[in-house]
Design a protein around this ligand. Structure first.
Ligand SMILES: NC(=O)c1ccc[n+]([C@@H]2O[C@H](COP(=O)([O-])OP(=O)(O)OC[C@H]3O[C@@H](n4cnc5c(N)ncnc54)[C@H](OP(=O)(O)O)[C@@H]3O)[C@@H](O)[C@H]2O)c1
Length: 230
C-alpha cells in the first residue's frame, strides 16, 4: 500500500524516527531522512539503499526557520512536490525544572517552536499537494505525558500540536488525506531517558498503524503504539 510512496521522517537519526523510517523503507516507501547533521542519518540511508530502497538525507536545525524553509524546498525538489507521508517525529525535551514556578520563558519558546510550530509549518507545506493528489498520511508524534509541571513547557507544546490536528482534521474530510496523532509510550531513547519502562523497538508495529490506514478509516485519532505490541 505504501510501496513507492514518498515519506519524510523528521528526527530519523535515532530513537523512534530511525525505527519508523527503517520500517517505512522495508515496506517499500521512498524515504527522506531529516536530522541536524547529514552524518546522523548516513548509516540508515546506506542500510536502506543496500536493501534496494530509496533514501535521501537532509540536514536541518528545526529551531532555525530558514533551515525549515530550505528543508521544505529540498523535499519538494526531491519528490516533485509529491510527498505522500509526513511523519512529524522530531522534538526537543525541555530541562526538568524542579522549581517549576521558575521555568524560564525560553523553555516555552524553544519547545513550541520545534515541537508545535515546525510540525504545523511542515503540514501546511505538504498537505495541499497531498489533497491535490487525493492521498496522504500525516502522523504527528505527541506524548501521553501528564501531571508533570516540571516539564510543562514540553507537554504544553505537544498539547498545541494535538490542537492543530483537532482543528485541521475537519478540512481534510473526503480528501484521501488522513492526519492522526501517535503516542509512542515512554521509551528508553535519548529523549525518554534510561528510566523509561519500554525498549525503543516496542514503538513498532504500532507507529506504522496511522500510516497504513485505509482511506475509509478515521482521521484525528490518537494511536498509542504500545497498544499494538507483538
Ligand atoms: N521517548 C519517549 O519516551 C517519548 C514519549 C512520548 C513522546 N515522544 C516523542 O517521540 C518523538 C521522538 O522522540 P525520541 O524519543 O525518538 O527522541 P530522540 O531519540 O531524542 O531523537 C530525537 C530526534 O529528533 C531530532 N531533533 C531533535 N531536536 C532537533 C532540532 N532542534 N532540529 C532538528 N532535529 C532535531 C534529533 O536529531 P539529531 O540526532 O540531529 O539531534 C533526533 O533524530 C518526539 O516527538 C518525542 O516528543 C517520545
Amino acid at each position: 500500500m505504501i510501496k513507492g510512496k514518498w515519506a519524510l521522517v523528521t528526527g530519523a537519526s535515532r530513537g523512534i524516527g530511525l525505527r519508523v523510517a527503517r520500517a517505512l523503507a522495508e515496506k517499500g516507501a521512498q524515504v527522506i531522512l531529516q536530522s541536524r547533521k547529514l552524518s546522523g542519518t548516513e548509516k540508515l540511508k546506506q542500510e536502506i539503499i543496500g536493501m534496494g530502497g530509496v533514501a535521501h538525507s537532509i540536514a536541518a536545525e528545526l529551531s532555525d526557520l530558514n533551515a525549515v524553509y530550505t528543508l521544505i524546498k529540498k523535499v519538494k525538489n526531491i519528490t516533485g512536490d509529491h510527498l505522500d507521508i509526513l511523519y512529524n517525529n522530531a522534538a526537543i525535551m525541555t530541562t526538568y525544572r524542579e522549581q517549576f514556578y521558575d521555568t524560564p520563558a525560553d523553555d516555552y519558546t524553544m519547545s513550541f517552536l520545534v515541537n508545535s510550530t515546525v510540525p504545523a509549518l511542515l503540514c501546511n507545506a505538504f498537505i495541499p499537494a497531498m489533497i491535490k493528489h487525493g492521498w496522504g498520511r500525516v502522523v504527528n508524534v505527541t506524548s501521553g505525558i501528564a501531571d508533570q509541571p516540571s516539564l510543562l513547557a514540553y507537554s504544553a507544546s505537544k498539547a498545541a500540536l494535538d490542537r492543530y490536528v483537532r482543528d485541521m482534521v475537519p478540512t481534510l474530510e473526503g480528501t484521501g488525506v488522513l492526519m492522526n496523532l501517535m503516542d509512542p509510550g515512554w521509551l528508553r531513547t535519548d529523549l525518554g531517558g534510561p528510566n523509561a519502562p519500554n525498549d525503543p523497538d516496542t514503538v513498532l508495529p504500532g507507529a506504522l498503524v496511522p500510516v497504513l490506514l485505509e482511506d475509509s478509516q478515521a482521521s484525528g485519532k490518537l494511536y498509542c503504539a504500545q497498544d499494538y505490541g507483538e
